[in-house]
Design a protein around this ligand. Structure first.
Ligand code: PKZ
Length: 213
């Protein structure tokens, strides 16, 4: 994820808001195509693809169809060196078609995210692939560390417990919090919940790299 820019406000956005909205809309269409390719077969396939391409074509021809005044969630920014930084994060970026995207709803001592996973994340039928549960938890626990510890840290260890399957096609909650800070080491834990029940638990260690000599 791109770190917030310290550039003056008039230099923060290197493209028009409309283009940023269009890019995020296009990422959404890509997500819908990715899911639709797994659930649409035979005679339905071509009409499905035509519909999705049509949505994109319409957005290109008439950007206002995307909703006047709508704001991009993750517009590119200039970084401290003046380079364009696009939010590439594969879990939370609205501009990355790979990301579901998982949305931050609360940030503080505990971080809370919500996400609804479509078919392209399936492991067992209608359930989330376990590796992807780890991806969601890694991101959420990293965020809790980022919010509560000043130095940027990287995941050194991550342990996941799978207690119940995580359902697809419905909102799930991901919670994360720091449990201990010890010098460069930060320990954190978190859970994925569906319908108020814990599905997966995680704990791990994040380390900020040794300062350069
Ligand atoms: C740079 C600018 C970027 C700007 C923009 C950033 C944006 C960033 C966006 C990222 C968004 C990603 C969100 C999801 C999070 C990821 O996915 S992060 C990516 C996955 N993780 C990685 O690639 C990390 C790979 N590992 C590494 O690079 C290095 O191991 C680390 C983590 C930097 C640590 O290296 P190190 O400083 O050499 O660590 P080391 O000296 O071995 O250990 C440090 C201390 O921890 C202790 N320790 C090590 N392991 C353990 C353990 N298991 N238990 C207890 N203690 C331990 C050691 O004994 C040592 O203790 P002391 O000797 O200090 O007492």
């Amino acid at each position: 994820m791109a770190e917030a820019s310290t550039a003056p406000p008039d230099q923060r956005v290197p493209e028009s808001i409309q283009h940023s909205v269009l890019a995020e809309f296009a990422a959404g269409v890509c997500r819908d195509i990715a899911g639709g390719l797994l659930s649409t077969t035979g005679d339905d396939l071509v009409p499905f693809l035509e519909r999705e391409v049509g949505r994109l074509r319409q957005a290109l021809e008439d950007p206002f169809a995307l909703g006047e005044g709508s704001e991009p969630r993750h517009p590119p920014v200039f970084d401290r060196r003046g380079r364009i930084a696009v939010a590439t994060n594969p879990v939370v970026s609205h501009r990355n078609a790979i990301a579901p995207p998982m949305k931050l709803v609360r940030s503080g001592d505990e971080c809370e995210f919500t996400v609804e996973l479509p078919l392209q994340y399936q492991g067992p039928p209608s359930k989330l692939h376990g590796g992807y549960s780890a991806v969601l938890l890694d991101e959420a626990l990293w965020k809790a560390v980022r919010v509560n510890v000043s130095a940027i840290s990287f995941t050194r260890e991550l342990t996941i417990g799978y207690e119940r399957p995580v359902p697809l096609f419905e909102p799930v909650t991901v919670l994360a919090r720091v449990t201990e800070v010890d010098g460069r080491k930060t320990f954190a834990e978190g859970e994925i919940l569906a319908g108020g029940e814990v599905c997966s638990r995680a704990h791990g260690l994040w380390i900020s790299p040794r300062p350069r000599e």
